[in-house]
Design a binder for this molecule. Sequence first.
Ligand code: NDP
Length: 501
Amino acid sequence: MSLVEDRGTVAPADTFHSTDPANGSLVAELPVHTADDVAAAVARAREAAQAWGALGFSGRRTRLAAYRGYLARRMHELADLVHRENGKPHADALLEITLAVDHLAWAGAHAKKTLGPRSVAPGLLAANHQAVLEYQPLGVVGVIGPWNYPVFTPMGSIAYALAAGNAVVFKPSEFTPAVGMWLAEAWAAAVPDLPDALQVVTGLGETGAALCRAGVGKVAFTGSTATGKKVMATCAETLTPVLMECGGKDAMIVDDDADVAAAADAAVWGAMSNGGQTCIGIERVYATTAVHDAFVAAVTAKVSALRPGSDEAAAYGPMTMPSQADVVRRHLDAATADGGRAATGGTLTDGYVAPTVLLDVPETSAAVQEETFGPTITITRVDDAEQALELANGTSLGLGGSVFTGSARRGMDLARRMRSGMTSINSVITFASVPSLPFGGVGDSGFGRIHGEDGLREFTRAKAITRQRFALPVPLMSFARPEKAADALARVMGLVHGRHR
Ligand code: NDP
């Protein structure tokens, strides 16, 4: 029998193991779902989508509330599983689940207002019609998720897709499949009349690829840019639309008049929490000459107090995915080979990366240009905020970012011009916790949006309906149209629009 290898443990080829990244112990053995299994799940979901859609907004809202209630009552149980399978501290897992619950509440409460039918102005040419716009579900949405926030990240798609009236088939990362399974089992327990509206299929990349080929209405992908390109190519085979939430290399700008202590605190949290394995984590800081030295001193002091580990007091856990440690190692090596230096950290021991502050790393270095996804940060001295912005905008990725400044106006101006989907002023990552704000990137960070009204619409198709309220005395769109009607219309349009120069 061929074997599947995973973090040193082996499982039969039709199953795979997830393990605790802190000690390699087995967390779960799960099936590798085949293309047939995935097709069967999607077929069940398609049927469930009919019933789920027929419930209407209020029926779905009630059930989404039952789901969030179930999660909220079992937060510690789920957080414990996240801690074991992903490695992050229990408290960080709780925070992640809290955010997911909040998004579920928002999506359920706002779906009707955002997506429900509304009359819109019919315009001059169709003044005798009622014009109705509504957003209809796509049927079944396939969600492919990563391991770094195994609850919050997929829920950003799942909650909004469900609230919009779709059924969901979710393929979690092979590193956090038990968390995915837990979420589906929780759904079945909380919404027993429609368990198939949210299902999970487990496996490796091939299972995800099968979901792309299964004829779903859309695939919502969250993961690396490289895998995102593969997912798009697979989806192109069946013209399946995609939502791409990919990687980031988020920058923080620290301006002359910034609160340096607050900026340092935020930078350290933004860079090091979750072991830096955060798509919207801060990986680069551009600090103006006026504040640079004080900022470096404050960051270095804070970082020296951090200790990675798997115990309750640890600041962050091990690298969840072993191969990511290789990327971090490569970037650390590149940073020093390219002329930079580590003010602190720079080591990688037994799957734990020491909190690392890198200085004087050239912009061309892989450590500055590529997503590192570890507890590392580069700090670069710049003349002013304009230069900082230019460098911040200098990578192909553009997910989030942060600006620290004493001026609200300047902050807004820099935030607007930052090439990213989201920016927080005088904080980090805040936008992800605001359910009414859309979440997503530009460039290699992907396209499409989860969260907020845009996130609800992302999982729908716009439907346009006109209803004639009364017939015009002179029909325009008929072969019975009088000969002079078009000339008369042209005269009217000339009067209405012709005066504009
Ligand atoms: P990967 O790209 O490695 O995997 C993402 C998902 O895609 C996994 O479920 C994976 O399954 C699946 N997959 C792999 N190959 C294929 C394939 N050929 N077809 C279909 N699906 C496939 O990402 P990671 O799990 O390593 O997650 C980390 C990345 O996610 C980082 O780049 C991070 O920035 C990004 N991310 C982006 C976010 C955003 O909102 N923009 C949020 C969170 C993370 P398997 O695990 O079984 O291989």
